[in-house]
Design a protein around this ligand. Sequence first.
Ligand code: SF4
Ligand code: SF4
Length: 225
Amino acid sequence: MDSPSSTIERLPAPKRPGGWSIPGWGLLQGLAVTGRNMVESYYKKERMTTIQYPEERAPISPNFRNFPFLVFDTDPAADLRCTACSICEKECPPQCIYIVLDRDENGKSLKRPRVFDIDLSVCMNCGICAEVCPFDSIYMDGEYELSTDDRFGGLLFGLDRLAKSAEYHMKLRPEQATEVMARRKAEEEKKAAAAAAKLAKAKADAEAKAKAAAEVKPEEKGEEV
Ligand code: SF4
Ligand code: SF4
């Protein structure tokens, strides 16, 4: 995009005889840019930077990040991607993540969090949790309207507020989400192919065993002929 100051910046500083610059020429250039921006802000759309918030909202930058959120594929209760591995909890610099692993009645890990809390009043928006997660489960959100008069409870987000759909992730960060979805799909296909190969081998082994058993002569089985 053309800079409004481009034409002004191209103007060579007038020289006095003898090569002296006019004192204050840079200041005059600056004032000209400011004046031009002010005048253009009344009629040029790209210069009208003021919007009627909250009725209007400016689009956020693709790299804008605020607080983390957790991703589920279709159902927050059934397929939250988080496995409660606690890596993000350990790596979070201000230690504002709190996770409790969910277990069945025998104490076996269900590989999902029973509790996943983030204290947003402490979070410093560093994004380290999103960087270290090996399960594509936690990403930085673009939500910024989180003000509350409840300084403590109102900013302690649990699973109910942290869990957001993969569709939301796709809308928020299409490039990142597309890459993640493609990788996850390739991994799933690889796993499915390995499982199918294992099943086919087990089936072939069972058939070979059954065939070998059928070929054993009755006398070898100890039966009367
Ligand atoms: S963004 Fe940083 S401070 Fe906030 S929860 Fe993640 S690791 Fe912790
Ligand atoms: S968000 Fe990722 S790193 Fe954190 S506990 Fe869940 S799976 Fe582990």
